[in-house]
Design a binder for this molecule. Structure first.
Ligand SMILES: [Fe+2]
Length: 470
């Protein structure tokens, strides 16, 4: 594919790329979670019987990408083999990308530039700039813990962008990205093939993969969970049994697709240690004609989630809606969980059905993809966010509490609308907050007021006080 060069305005340029990339809506995918896949865009491009033959079919290069240490246990070991036109190593040296990106953090062990607070925080949706901004430039870190240097912890970012990445690919040497688009589709070219990801879906792009993100709908916004500690996996189901929650066959991985030829001036932007570096090469990194392995990107439609919950009284903890998890070395304790609050029936009797008042040793970051979250009658908007850190009290707002209690015990089955979808990034590691997020004009200084009017309903009546030694 020849270089797509254009000095025209963003809109015209955007259209030309849409034309060039038509077909994202009709893509085929491979189904399954954690499978050992194989895909070839040219028949016979995968070598028989071995990974690294002296000469590969069609004169391709063999290249392995290892997502885990060579010696990781077999059940955890992740790697894939590419068969590509030119190997990734064929590039000029990396230099710090200019201008420097000022709003990314990869090391939270350094106090500088971050703040801590136990206060409940909430942000309104950010505005999307009118100036040309692609996915990389549109990223900004909200909070996180740990450090990409010691490969432990996580960062939560958001993005607000309006333009497709041009003649460039992004690669992340710090962690896996789980992207939750909230507005606008993502058309993603990867070394493994192409994906279309719409609001309501998520995509996981693991450590090291090179990818380019186009924004076919123009102004776009979303959330990103970056994990330094390992890779996402499906949660164990325990007594639920073999079926339920996110079903393995609903995870979709791209099929091989490539673009060859000279592509002068192509830039690979590598996030490394929280900073961005750039190297030039004269070909597209999306030149993989065939690949096989179990280390590959995937997407998932959150509307396919099969929720479980209490069916008589009370309700389960939010962990019952875990889609994906990155476990820590401590049993049952996650570095991060990705949890959703999907459409579902609430049927519990004599139960306060909305989320309970809560303090948690885990820290909870929430976002809203669309609709209205069941725990907040107002103020928590699609594209907005909230953060309730370790042991910070939180719960439904005053209006929701009063309405629920006023409805009394005569509760009928109630379906949470299919038009709403909220999610949570939950972590055992307490986050620090970037100063630009903490001082953002979009932060809601009145968030605390949603609870401040909760009044006492306590009425001792004629009850005798027990354990009164006076
Ligand atoms: Fe909570």
């Amino acid at each position: 594919m020849d270089n797509i060069a254009s000095n025209n305005g963003a809109v015209k340029e955007h259209r030309s790329r849409v034309d060039a990339e038509a077909g994202f809506e009709d893509l085929r995918y491979l189904s399954g979670f954690g499978n050992h896949f194989a895909s070839e865009a040219l028949k016979g491009a995968l070598p028989d019987s071995q990974n690294s033959p002296l000469k590969c079919p069609y004169g391709l290069y063999a290249e392995q990408i290892s997502g885990t240490a060579f010696t990781a246990p077999r059940k955890a070991n992740q790697r894939s083999w590419f068969y590509r036109i030119k190997p990734s190593v064929t590039h000029e040296p990396f230099y710090p990308r200019q201008p420097l990106h000022e709003h990314l953090v990869g090391d939270f062990s350094n106090e500088k530039g971050c703040v801590t607070t136990p206060t409940q925080l909430r942000w309104k949706p950010v505005d999307i700039s009118k100036a040309r901004t692609d996915f990389i430039d549109g990223l900004f870190t909200i909070c996180g813990a740990g450090s990409c240097f010691v490969r432990h912890g996580y960062a939560i970012h958001m993005y607000a962008a309006n333009a497709s990445m041009e003649d460039s690919a992004f690669a992340n040497a710090d962690g896996d990205f789980l992207i939750v688009p909230q507005q606008g589709r993502l058309w993603i070219k990867t070394e493994f093939g192409r994906l279309q990801v719409s609001p309501g879906e998520i995509v996981v792009l693991q450590l090291g993969f090179r990818y380019s993100i186009d924004l076919p709908d123009g102004p776009s916004r979303g959330y990103v969970l970056e994990v330094f500690s390992g890779h996402f996996q499906l949660p164990d189901l325990g007594p639920i049994g073999a079926n339920g929650l996110a079903l393995p066959h609903d995870f979709l991985t791209p099929v091989a697709w490539y673009e060859g030829g000279v592509y002068s001036g192509f830039k690979v932007v590598q996030k490394f240690g929280g900073a961005l570096f750039e190297a030039k090469q004269n070909f597209s990194p999306f030149n993989v004609v065939a690949w096989r392995g179990n280390y590959a990107p995937f997407k998932y439609d959150l509307r396919k989630f099969c929720p479980f919950n209490a069916v008589l009284f009370d309700h389960g903890d939010p962990s019952i809606n875990t889609v994906l998890t990155v476990p820590s070395e401590r049993p049952g304790i996650a570095v991060v969980d990705f949890v959703i609050f999907p459409p579902r029936w609430l049927v519990s009797e004599h139960t306060f059905r909305p989320p309970y008042f809560h303090r948690n040793c885990m820290s909870e970051f929430m976002g809203l993809i669309y609709g209205l979250y069941e725990g907040k009658a107002e103020g928590f908007l699609p594209g907005g966010a909230s953060l309730h850190s370790c042991m910070t009290p939180h719960g439904v707002d005053t209006l929701t509490y009063e309405k629920t209690v006023a409805a009394g015990d005569d509760l009928k089955p109630f379906r949470i609308s299919g038009d709403s979808l909220a999610f949570m990034f939950e972590s055992s590691l307490t986050p620090k907050i970037t100063h630009w997020a903490f001082n953002s004009p979009h932060i809601d200084p009145d968030y605390y007021k949603c609870w401040i009017k909760l009044r006492s309903h306590f009425d001792q009546g004629t009850a005798t006080v027990e354990n009164d030694e006076n």
